[in-house]
Design a protein around this ligand. Structure first.
Ligand SMILES: Nc1ncnc2c1ncn2[C@@H]1O[C@H](COP(=O)(O)OP(=O)(O)OP(=O)(O)O)[C@@H](O)[C@H]1O
Length: 361
């Protein structure tokens, strides 16, 4: 069994069902992301893994043993929270040493571990400072240092970067990624930031309303989202969702796309398995970067608005009556009122059932 296995875990507070049958398993050394909107149950699941809450039903396995009845301190885990929870009267060295002190680690060994961790996190020069003399990023690094000093089976990070400003978040994200790469630790990391999820995770569990909507690698989740919710949650700007009807032309299944100027049938090879569904209401999912600017064969689309981001320009236009965003090279973007000829990269497009919202192809 893997480093962490969560088996059919449910959690209710009174009559409110917060987690509704969670199953997750990760291998040793993997970086698992729990991502989802506020209130979906991420922290509750994390607290169950940590032992701060008990599951209503189901089992938690850490390092191959069932830990349902094992106290948090005996689970061989280390937690890093968004509030750094440092002791204000202790300096950095004492803060890192605190857990080791209570576990009775000999002084010499403590010094060696502190030196190793401080070097790893590049905070040798901060060891004698109090938390009040540190920046937010440095405090977060101390909290991580304290977790690293334990060398546990499992690290739990609950939104560790959410109190940091945007620039520092990116820096710390890179630091955590490098640390994971170097140490090959097993990490469970809660965030509601989809960029953090995509950049850090080996595996991502996308949650909504106490249910895992999809569990997979970042690329699987990006390329083959299980449903409209996952597709809209991951990726920025969001995937375009274009309402269509499944149609057949020259023996091929596809959809009709209509710009303000013209309509065109777009064959979708991946829809071949949907024979018998002609006329069905579907949603065509196309990400902004999956449009090419082409010559006459492209669909003539009127540009409503352009939003330059530097390397790219977001071009807003309309298809099948809804606003659609295409991410183009600035050279190709043109301006509001102009026409661009767009061709969707259908090989990457995704089809969803308009009713159930699940991916069809
Ligand atoms: N002790 C509790 N008693 C009752 N309801 C609770 C308790 N703890 C959490 N909840 C409820 O469970 C739901 C999930 O909360 P949880 O904190 O796990 O969500 P989350 O996904 O971590 O959200 P956020 O991103 O805002 O931290 C919320 O609706 C919350 O109000």
């Amino acid at each position: 069994m893997g480093a962490l296995a969560i088996k059919n875990v449910t959690k209710s507070f009174g009559d409110t069902h917060i987690l509704k049958g969670i199953d997750i398993e990760i291998e040793s050394g993997q970086f698992l992301i729990l991502v989802g909107p506020s209130g979906c149950g991420k922290s509750t699941l994390m607290n169950i893994i940590a032992g701060l809450e008990s599951p209503t039903t189901g089992e938690v396995h850490i390092g191959g043993r069932v830990v349902n009845n094992v106290a948090p301190k005996d689970r061989d885990i280390a937690m890093v929270f968004q509030s750094y929870a440092l002791y204000p009267t202790m300096n950095v060295r004492q803060n890192i040493a605190f857990g080791m002190e209570t576990r009775g680690v000999p002084k010499k060994e403590q010094d060696e571990i502190i030196a190793r961790v401080a070097k790893m996190l590049q905070m040798d020069h901060l060891l004698d400072r109090k938390p009040s003399q540190l920046s937010g990023g440095q405090r977060q690094r101390v909290a991580m240092g304290r977790a690293l000093a334990r060398d546990p089976i499992l690290f739990l990070f609950d939104e560790p970067l959410s109190n940091l400003d945007a620039k520092l978040r990116v820096e710390m994200r890179t630091e955590i990624k490098q640390l994971h790469h170097r140490l090959k630790t097993t990490i469970v990391y809660v965030t509601h930031d989809q960029i953090e999820a995509m950049t850090l995770g080996d595996k991502i569990a996308v949650m909504k309303d106490g249910v895992i909507q999809q569990f997979g690698s970042p690329q699987e989740i990006y390329d083959q989202p299980a449903n409209l919710f996952v597709a809209s949650f991951i990726g920025s700007p969001s995937m375009n969702f274009i309402p269509c009807h499944l149609a057949e032309q020259d023996g091929q299944l596809g959809v009709s796309l209509q710009s303000e100027g013209e309509a065109r049938f777009i064959a979708l090879p991946q829809a071949a398995k949907l024979t018998g569904s002609v006329g069905k209401k579907v949603i065509l999912g196309i990400r902004p970067e999956q449009f090419d600017v082409v010559g006459e064969q492209g669909l003539a689309c009127k540009v409503h608005l352009t939003e330059p981001t530097g390397p790219d320009t977001m071009v807003l236009t309309q298809l099948n009556g809804i606003e659609v965003c295409a991410r183009l090279h600035p050279r190709e973007a043109k301006g509001p009122g102009d026409t661009v000829r767009l061709q969707p990269d259908v090989s990457k497009a995704v089809l969803f059932d308009a009713e159930s919202e699940a991916r069809l192809a």
